[in-house]
Design a binder for this molecule. Structure first.
Ligand code: F6P
Length: 547
């Protein structure tokens, strides 16, 4: 079957299954097990407590649908493209680059690019990072005022979101200096972050793949100025993470403080290498190795598991079913894990920068909607904010719940029980809803009668039949986080291949950057071009008037 025939069949399938309530699918007592995957399977998992369970049974996907979705993946050539990625082929075709971030988490592996081994460089940089992190943590590398107490990572996008998300996620494992992140060019970010720090015991890491990003370079200059006011040799308290070694040298950072990576590591895929240095300093090289190992086991699974039990592939297929077939324009990521508070933001870049495209690899307009809008907040906070719309609004929002079976605070186990009860309740409520009869009974109990009873009851109806998936894991450890991040990376990859787009470029961020460059002089009183639109002119006037 051709791809377009399979899409057509999926559309027809959508028409058939949409009338059917998800809850009724559970008349099949085997449904939960049949529409779930355990990774890596109970026996293999025992050693590391690493088993995760992805349950997609609370969706309207049935066996026929799943079969078609798997045929879609096969027809789109997911397996061949995946193998090409791992083999170092230049699958980022618009930039002529290979996509080898997976090599960073498998340092003992073998990967060649155009016949050249890339692993020696990966191992060498990792060794240097470990040595540096150990010295910073152990006091071998000090600030002018003594041992390093605080690390400030200056970066944005992929040079910020990964380590910032992971540092928060792995807070129970921190035993190194405190980590802080400055990303926004808004001076408030630098000012508020530096306010409580001592320049004499702070290490600054400038993280930028290109070392040209205006936000990062502006913040780096500002922080260097802040340090220079108190420290005689600020350069000695700076390090850089970049693939532009000439520019790091121009900035004055000594080569032994620079950790480089190659152009085959995309920004949003870069936390596994030097961009992860702040995380490594916070949790130590051994736990950083566990994080890498988690990513590597997910890679091995993605490469070898049959599609029907392949976790990233299934996550992708469920996503495609909801966004591209059923037409749900957004996807909520709802971690019931406060320490994953930055995961939605991290996934926004990973998914929306990768798959927010309108043309196929060959430059033709796409025939289906591409990546959905990804958004979310941790539970249970979101329940008291936007869940109203999720339950009773007019748009269906497929929800992706994440939760750990165990927290890190045994003395607060009752909190965790409540957290778990809530996540289970939400997916059940979304699926089952509440009909008019039950709503009437509630309104009646509240004392309403007659027409008012009818009116009140209607407001208490939940349509239900709203899809969700749940990813549950024993506990959020470095290894588990590695598995989760790699799982989402490969999910995005698989979706991109099926949609026929290039998930590894990001031309859509360029226009705004160029315009910002041309508008900045106007804010400083420069002459306005004649063609300036009325709205922008009005906004500039407002700024000028506000002084
Ligand atoms: O503007 C988008 C982007 O290029 C992202 O893809 C990237 O992660 C981010 O900016 C930061 O880039 P750099 O690491 O080169 O500073």
């Amino acid at each position: 079957m051709t791809l377009s025939t399979i899409w057509d069949r999926l559309d027809a399938q959508a028409g058939r299954v949409s009338a059917r309530a998800i809850a009724t699918l559970f008349h099949d007592r085997n449904r939960a097990a049949a529409f779930s995957v355990r990774f890596p399977g109970p026996s293999a998992a025992a050693a590391h407590g690493e088993e995760m369970l992805f349950d997609f049974s609370k969706t309207n996907i049935d066996e026929d649908t799943l079969e078609l979705l798997i045929e879609l993946a096969i027809a789109a050539g997911v397996q061949a493209r995946r193998d090409a990625m791992f083999a170092g082929r230049r699958i980022n075709e618009t930039e002529g680059r290979a996509v080898l971030h997976t090599a960073l988490r498998n340092p003992e592996g073998k990967v060649a690019l155009d016949g050249q081994d890339v692993m020696e460089g990966v191992r060498e940089t990792l060794l240097r990072m470990r040595g540096f992190a150990r010295e910073v943590r152990g006091g071998g590398i000090c600030g002018q005022g003594g041992p390093i107490t605080d690390v400030v990572n200056i970066g944005i996008g992929g040079s910020d979101l990964g380590p910032a998300m992971a540092c928060l996620a792995l807070a129970p494992f921190h035993d190194g200096p405190r980590c802080h992140f400055i990303s926004n060019v808004d001076g408030a970010h630098a000012a508020d972050t530096l306010k409580d720090l001592d320049p004499e015991t702070t290490l600054v890491i400038v993280a930028s793949k290109t070392f040209t990003t205006i936000e990062t370079m502006t913040n780096a200059e500002t922080v260097r100025g802040w340090m220079a006011a108190r420290v005689s040799d600020p350069g000695a308290q700076f390090a850089a993470l970049s693939s532009a070694l000439d520019r790091t040298a121009d900035f004055g950072i000594a080569p032994e403080r620079v950790f480089g990576f190659e152009d085959w590591v995309g920004g949003r895929y870069s936390m596994w290498g030097p961009i992860g240095l702040s995380l490594m300093i916070a949790i130590g090289p051994e736990r950083f190795d566990d994080f890498l190992a988690g990513g590597a086991v997910m890679d091995a699974h993605f490469r070898s598991a049959p599609l029907r039990s392949n976790l990233p592939v299934l996550l992708a297929l469920v996503g495609l079913w909801h966004a591209q077939v059923l037409g749900h324009a957004t996807r909520a990521v709802l971690p019931y894990d406060q320490r994953l508070a930055r995961l939605p933001a991290y996934l926004q870049q990973l998914e929306m920068e990768s798959n927010g495209k309108s043309v196929t690899m060959s430059g033709q307009a796409v025939s289906r909607p591409t990546g959905p809008v990804v958004w979310g907040e941790p539970g249970t906070n979101g329940q008291h904010a936007f869940y109203q719309l999720i339950h009773q609004g007019t748009q269906v929002v497929p929800c992706e719940f994440l939760v750990a079976a165990r927290g890190h605070e045994p003395e607060l186990a009752h909190h965790h029980r409540l957290l778990l009860a809530n996540v289970l309740a939400q997916s059940k409520a979304l699926m089952e809803g509440r009909g008019l009869e039950a709503a009437r009974a509630i309104a009646e109990k509240a004392g309403f009668v007659g027409d008012e009873l009818d009116r009140q009851a209607r407001h208490r109806v939940f349509p239900g039949n709203r899809p969700s998936t749940t990813l549950i894991y024993p506990q959020l450890t470095p290894r588990m986080l590695g598995q989760i991040v790699a799982l989402y990376e490969h999910r995005v990859f698989t979706e991109g291949v099926i949609l026929g787009i290039n998930s590894f470029d990001q031309w859509g961020v360029e226009l705004g950057k160029e315009l910002a460059k041309s508008l900045e002089p106007l804010l400083a009183g420069g002459a306005r071009p004649e063609a300036l639109d009325g709205s922008t002119a009005q906004l500039l006037d407002f700024v000028a008037a506000a002084g």
